[in-house]
Design a protein around this ligand. Structure first.
Ligand code: ADP
Length: 609
């Protein structure tokens, strides 16, 4: 194909046009020169013959004879004498068309009709000097000749004609020779033309081919091609323009590609899901967030019909509904899918001619936000409720006392004690709330020091021992109290956590129950494990025990003086120490709380001794 291209290319067209032009020009010149040369030779032969006759006295010598035939011999000797040294044949023809004298003696007294050109003899008898080219047969060869006649006598008294014939073979030979020379020159000129034409065409086509090749590479996406500008002419301008075009195209493309990659990165990493759907309802793009939100598999990402992907979640979000809903601008909706809540906003997108191309959807996972809002609302409701209960009790008992309805001292003391207990509960609640708020806003001042968790645990056990004893519970300290488990802690904070865990264990374990308390090390962490065989927590509630105000049995907890904030506060305090707290439980069988805290790095010493 390339070969065909080369032969039909502009280079060969130029060479062919050059060749044709030079061929036509040289042919015209050749034909013109040859015809001029022939005319020149013929003319000079005619002038020669004419001068020969007219400048001699031969012709005038014949006019004195009345009858040429009567003086035939004299005329013949005259002619023979006169023609000595000339190359032409001379004939004197009388009015009977008889050759009465000639330097070709064989033809004397023969009829001129067959031997000479009859038509110019007649012209001669009409008083004209006439001429004509002719052919004479000699030794079986056709010889080209020039014939010329001169009338003898005055116009009205023509006695005969003088007929001259000259062989023109040499003239035609010269002309033929000239033609051969000219054709040779023409062939050489044409060869030179083809060679020169080739180089000239090459000088034009090479830069054009260069531009074409580089344009082809550019079309394949290689923009590093630069055409060298070698001349200041049109081709130079073409190369210059090509380079400019390449530069601008490259710049524009790199801008577009930058924008594209920027957009792709944004889409890739944006937390919101994005789905683009074409007008036929097929997904043309879905970013990773959208794919995760809607559980779209990689193979379904493109060219899957949108309805097959999301329709089941919200019947108001089928493709037809989407199209109708955003007829007059963007629309929004909410749907729930596999436990998450999604806010969806969508609108049509258009091409450069403002024609609809499809629909773009933005999906936002609002589960957390919704949860937070719910939590906030729950929190306010819980706080109000928790405060309202003791307040109502206090209010009713004080009113009863104020009204003086209680006479005996014992009852009024009982009332006052209840008021005191409720005021304490309110106080604890407010204290816990304030502490939570400080923890939330990171305002708690931690005084972290290297401390022995075992000694801390021992002191907390000592503080709750009495309460456990009252319930006949056995506090079983498994840990070896002679050893040290060192951790960088705020003693008060961790004491509050241990206190809460142990009091919970005591609170939620029936009389005569058993509570195991252990402290050990696991890798880089210290573990404090409190296990009771109490009432336990139902499995479905287990995940919620660290929520604020969450209590499995509200009435029971409240009766036991709990606020429902203990575990939430404990979790936050432990996390502030880069630790963790876990709670395992089986309803009716007991609960195990594991607190993990990072061990201190004591150089050269084992942490647990
Ligand atoms: P409370 O002041 O009610 O004890 P907490 O935040 O300390 O609040 O505990 C939250 C809830 O978790 C409790 O109301 C109780 O239902 C449950 N709980 C905590 N510890 C235990 C445990 N050792 N055994 C059974 N239930 C427990």
């Amino acid at each position: 194909m390339i070969g065909k291209k080369r032969w039909s290319g502009i280079r060969w067209k130029i060479v062919f046009i050059y060749f044709l032009l030079v061929f036509i020009a040289t042919t015209i010149i050749g034909v013109f020169i040859m015809s001029q040369l022939e005319a020149y030779y013929k003319n000079s032969i005619r002038n020669n013959m004419s001068d020969l006759v007219l400048e001699s006295t031969l012709l005038s010598s014949f006019t004195e004879y009345d009858d040429l035939m009567s003086y035939q011999e004299r005329i013949q000797s005259n002619v023979v004498n006169w023609s000595k040294g000339i190359q032409q044949e001379i004939f004197v023809v009388d009015d009977d068309f008889t050759i009465i004298a000639s330097n070709n003696e064989k033809l004397v007294l023969k009829s001129a009709v067959k031997l000479l050109d009859h038509s110019i003899i007649l012209s001669g008898f009409n008083g004209e000097i006439a001429e004509a080219d002719g052919i004479v047969q000699q030794q079986n060869k056709d010889l080209p000749v020039k014939n010329m006649v001169f009338p003898i006598g005055e116009k009205d008294d023509i006695k005969g004609v003088l007929y001259l014939r000259e062989d023109m073979t040499s003239v035609y030979d010269t002309i033929d020779q000239s033609k051969i020379i000219f054709v040779r020159a023409m062939v050489i000129a044409l060869i030179i033309t083809v060679v020169l034409g080739f180089f000239i065409a090459r000088s034009i086509t090479v830069p054009i081919n260069d531009v074409t090749e580089k344009a082809e590479k550019m079309a394949r996406g290689d923009f590093s091609q630069e055409v060298s500008v070698k001349s200041d002419d049109e081709i130079g301008r073409l190369a210059e323009m090509f380079n400019l075009l390449r530069k601008q195209l490259n710049q524009t493309l790199s801008e577009i590609s930058n924008e594209k990659s920027k957009l792709e990165t944004i889409l890739q990493y944006m937390a919101d899901g994005l789905i683009a759907i074409d007008l036929s309802g097929h997904i043309i793009h879905a970013n990773p967030a959208a794919m995760e939100m809607l559980n779209i598999a990689e193979e379904d990402k493109v060219n899957k019909h949108y309805d097959d992907t999301i329709r089941d979640y919200n019947e108001n979000l089928t493709f037809d509904k989407l199209r109708d809903n955003c007829k007059d601008g963007g629309a929004a909706d909410i749907f729930t899918y596999s436990g998450s809540i999604f806010a969806v906003r969508y609108d049509r997108f258009k091409d450069e001619n403002a024609q609809d191309v499809g629909i773009i959807m933005i999906l936002q996972d609002i589960t957390e936000r919704q949860k937070l809002e719910n939590m906030q609302m729950d929190f306010v409701a819980n706080v109000s409720h928790e405060l309202k209960t003791p307040l109502t009790t206090i209010k009713s008992y004080t009113e009863t006392l104020i009204c003086g309805q209680v006479d005996d001292k014992e009852t009024s003391n009982q009332f006052l004690q209840i008021i005191d207990v409720e005021a304490d509960r309110m106080n604890r609640l407010v204290k816990d709330l304030l502490q939570l708020s400080r923890l939330d806003y990171k305002q708690e001042n931690w005084n972290k020091k290297e401390s022995n968790l075992i000694s801390l645990l021992k002191s907390v056990v000592a503080k709750v021992e009495m309460t456990a004893k009252q319930k006949n519970q056995h506090l079983n300290c498994i840990f070896d109290d002679s050893k040290k488990v060192m951790s960088m802690i705020d003693r008060d904070g961790i004491e509050q956590v241990l206190m809460n865990i142990l009091t919970n264990a005591i609170k939620y374990t029936q009389e005569g129950g058993r509570i195991d308390i252990d402290a050990l090390h696991a890798g880089k962490n210290a573990l404090i494990i409190v296990t009771d065989n109490g009432i336990g927590i139902p499995e479905k509630e287990l995940s919620r025990v660290f929520e604020r105000f969450f209590r499995v049995d509200k009435a029971r907890s409240r009766a036991m003086g709990g606020t429902g904030l203990g575990l939430a506060i404990s979790k936050q305090i432990v996390e502030e120490h880069n630790g963790s707290i876990e709670l395992d439980s089986k309803e009716g069988r007991g609960t195990r709380v594991t607190i993990s805290l990072p061990l201190s790095h004591i150089r050269g010493k084992r942490n647990i001794e």
